[in-house]
Ligand binder design. Structure first.
Ligand code: PMP
Length: 418
């Protein structure tokens, strides 16, 4: 019985890339005369027809500015924009769509929290706790804040597998810790952090937690109420939506108490030269004309993922990760960087006879797109004593054949360099 179920499941899994691939027109293309193998999903994902058509339809049929007009197009644009906010809230199980602020992406989300919540609540000699595996976008805004207010940035260490040291984390929490800001899934190591435990330990001391969800949204089921997380940043382009759109989830009480971020139109209740009063959240944090088509397309992208099924995608990616880890481990001279017990479908590696930029260039000649460099995590590279890795990051439309092509490409690298 079990065996039959497993076989059925595997058939279902094998189907997924076949099933969705045609939705992504770019994947049909050739690069340097070879069928494209796109393995750079942690940098940005490709966009399905459902998203492309939504953008096209929006500009052809509904384009107008939101929230201000009584005319029909403005109301249509506003309805679609606000519907997108409801979709984001549903996707991460926020208790209300008013807890969703549209921003440009994770970088802007973290900057918003550091500049508003941070400046209002973090002062001299206070501490901000981040981790050793943060993306620069969850380091630099906190460093800037610390420099401004005289606070101290502290770092949760990790082990050689790329796993957080939880005991060290607990001992770093103290009365001066005013926020913990942690990546949910590491973009350079693939580590899925034990965020529930991290949040519980911080909350026991009344410390709020921000999670950088850039890499988690397309691969993990995110439930902000279950996590009880205070702030969660979302990057649209990592989850099949366009660039330049993302969202910040924040608990209602935080949004109500935080000062605004940018000043301008849309975020006000009334303005006189003497005094301005602000709109209720989320409008309070959305000054100026927003990325309307981007937000609507983000809604379409998340609906697309929901339709396929988050658990089904996660299962397929687990299988790809298992297969990819197995195949890459057999490549001579290859070392995987990031071997945590809980990982997302990210395979970072070095080859002992070639530099990652050369690897990337040779693979590009074979039609294979991977990322090389420090992946905006220079402290991670410093920890491992490296200047760069090659990173293959997988998404739902990748297949085992894509991984086979990568391994063949690495054989070419060996022919040239070894
Ligand atoms: N955090 C992580 C872990 C990321 O991978 C990225 C993008 N590489 C970011 C933050 C920045 O996200 P965005 O591009 O949405 O600003």
């Amino acid at each position: 019985m079990n065996l039959v179920m497993n076989i059925d499941k595997r058939e279902l899994l094998t189907d997924l890339s076949d099933l969705v691939r045609d939705d992504f027109p770019i994947l049909r293309g050739d690069i340097r005369g070879q069928q494209l193998v796109y393995l750079d999903n942690a940098a940005t994902t490709q966009k399905p027809l459902q998203v492309l058509d939504t953008i096209d339809r929006y500009y052809r049929q509904h384009n107008a500015n939101v929230h201000r007009g009584v005319h029909t197009l403005s109301q249509e644009a506003t309805d679609q924009f606000e519907e997108a906010r409801r979709i984001v809230a549903r996707y991460i199980n926020a208790s209300s769509e008013s807890e969703i602020v549209f921003v440009r992406g994770c970088t802007e989300g973290v900057n918003l929290v550091a500049s508003t919540y941070g400046r209002a609540n973090i002062g001299k000699a206070d501490e901000v706790l981040i981790s050793a595996m943060e993306h620069h976008s969850n380091i630099v805004p906190w460093q800037m804040l610390c420099e401004t207010v005289g606070a101290r940035l502290r770092v949760i260490p990790m082990n050689e597998q790329g796993e957080l040291l939880l005991d060290e984390y607990r001992s770093l929490l103290n009365d001066r810790t005013k926020i913990v800001a942690l990546v949910h899934v590491s973009n350079s190591l693939g580590t899925v952090n034990p965020v529930k435990e991290v949040i519980e330990a911080a909350h026991e001391r009344g410390i709020p937690v921000l999670l950088d969800g850039a890499q988690a949204m397309a691969h993990e089921s995110v439930n902000v109420q279950e996590l009880d997380v205070d702030f969660y940043t979302i990057s649209g382009h990592k989850v099949f939506a366009p660039t330049g759109i993302g969202a910040l989830y924040a608990k209602k009480n935080h949004l109500e108490n935080m000062p605004p971020y940018h000043g301008g139109g849309e975020m006000i209740r009334s303005v006189t030269f003497e005094k301005t009063t602000y709109a209720e959240p989320p409008a309070k944090f959305e000054a100026g004309t927003p990325n309307i088509s981007g937000a609507i397309a983000l809604g379409a992208a998340l609906s697309y993922v929901e339709k396929i099924g988050k658990e089904r995608i996660a299962e397929w990616e687990r299988e790809l990760l298992r297969y990819g880890t197995e195949r890459l481990s057999q490549v001579e001279g290859l070392k995987l960087i990031g071997t945590a017990s809980r990982k997302a479908s990210i395979l970072s590696f070095t080859l002992d006879y070639a530099h990652s930029h050369d690897i990337g260039t040779i693979l590009d000649g074979e039609g294979i797109a991977v990322r090389t460099g420090h992946h905006c995590t220079q402290p991670v590279m410093q920890f491992f004593g490296l200047s760069a890795t090659t990173r293959a990051s997988l998404a739902l439309y990748n297949s085992k054949e894509d991984i086979d092509r990568l391994v063949e490409g690495l054989e070419k690298v060996k022919e040239i360099f070894a």
